[in-house]
Design a protein around this ligand. Structure first.
Ligand code: ADP
Ligand code: MG
Length: 337
């Protein structure tokens, strides 16, 4: 029997591929050849191709579970994005006058509380108030940038530290340059919600991969799920591969999908809050945490921190892999040869 290495590409996949290609950081290998068949579908959500893989005897159940999970994940994108014309609470908050209390929906309030906690724990490496800077750099906009913004514009867009405050059940931004941006945490949150919806449909063995943000449950047939962490500089290459099962969230942030080269230098979408410029200490950062939400936030934080951040991951009992700016690897996920 021949095991197919890649899933069948449906028409909707082909349409999705016409959009900006996703920041795929992790590669999936399909190696299970026996037991219930894989149900594999892809959808374009949150600016990336999201892959759903389910192992289940009941194909109809798996397909309706994926459909429901995709609806939930799209709902989260709509609720948290700062791009596009559709209003949402985050955009309203960002448009509110500084020092004006704004009520946020519970879901937004909860994710913001978590984001601010990671900001504090990471010593400011993770910063959910960089929306103005991120819009200025333009990596998530419709047209990919090809040169950095003027230094003066970057200085003008830098928000003061800790510019988001919680007052009773309302929130304020203390400065006009302070704009919420959930870009480094909402995808993980959406994946957690997607897995919860799959579980509500009775699914026990599944994997959702949102362009390098992965949560998996159960196993891949009789084997663990086999995950390859993408090599940040070798196209199509894998820097580490892992066999995982149970309930694992593993997320990679890298500088190799959303970037441009200008005068021989790489500029990418992960911004050092201290400087307003792309972080320079890493090529990629991978974290395994208790949820995809946390793994997403911490992979971004670790990328900004570089190898110095590995100690913090150990203290938090989170597994990690950091590839520094020279390509050197650090962390508990580095295979000891
Ligand atoms: P990806 O979207 O490629 O999976 P991340 O999860 O690391 O990568 O999120 C990157 C996004 O997070 C950027 O596009 C931007 O919106 C936002 N961002 C950039 N720098 C930071 C930072 N230091 N802290 C928090 N969010 C950031
Ligand atoms: Mg992230």
């Amino acid at each position: 029997m021949v095991c197919s290495a890649l899933p069948h590409q449906s028409d909707s996949d082909k349409n999705a591929a016409m959009f900006r290609f996703p920041a795929i950081a992790l590669l999936l290998f399909f190696t299970a050849c026996s037991g219930p068949a894989d149900v594999h579908e892809t959808r374009f959500i949150m600016g990336t191709l999201v892959e759903f893989t389910i192992i289940d005897d009941d194909r109809d159940r798996a397909e309706s579970a994926i459909a429901a999970a995709a609806v939930e994940m799209q709902r989260i994108e709509d609720a948290f994005t700062i791009y596009g014309d559709q209003p949402n609470a985050v955009k309203l908050f960002n448009a509110a006058a500084p020092d004006t209390p704004v009520a946020l929906p519970d879901e937004v309030s909860q994710l913001l509380t978590l984001a601010l906690k990671v900001q504090q724990q990471s010593g400011g490496a993770f910063d959910p108030s960089l929306g103005g800077l991120n819009l200025l750099w333009g990596f998530s906009g419709d047209d990919a940038p090809s040169s950095p913004p003027p230094t003066r514009a970057i200085e003008d867009a830098m928000p003061p530290k800790h510019c988001i405050e919680h007052h009773g059940n309302q929130w304020i931004r203390t400065d006009r340059r302070c704009l919420l941006d959930f870009g480094a945490i909402a995808k993980g949150y959406a994946i957690d919600r997607g897995i919860a919806v799959l579980q509500q449909h009775g699914i026990r063995n599944a994997l959702i991969n949102g362009g390098g943000d992965i949560r998996l449950i159960g196993s891949h047939g009789k084997r663990p799920w086999h995950i390859g962490i993408r090599h940040p500089r070798k196209k199509g290459g894998v820097i580490e591969s892992l066999d995982l099962q149970g309930d694992v969230s593993i997320v990679t942030s890298g500088d190799y999908e959303r970037f441009f080269i200008y005068h021989g230098k790489r500029y990418h979408h992960l911004i050092n809050p201290e400087t307003g410029w792309p972080a320079t200490k890493a090529q990629s950062a991978t974290v395994i945490a208790g949820s995809a939400t946390l793994a997403d936030a911490w992979s971004t934080a670790l990328f900004i921190q570089g190898a110095d951040g590995i100690k913090m991951q150990q203290e938090m009992h989170q597994k990690a892999l950091l590839v520094d700016d020279q390509g050197k690897t650090y962390g508990s996920l580095v295979r000891s040869e």
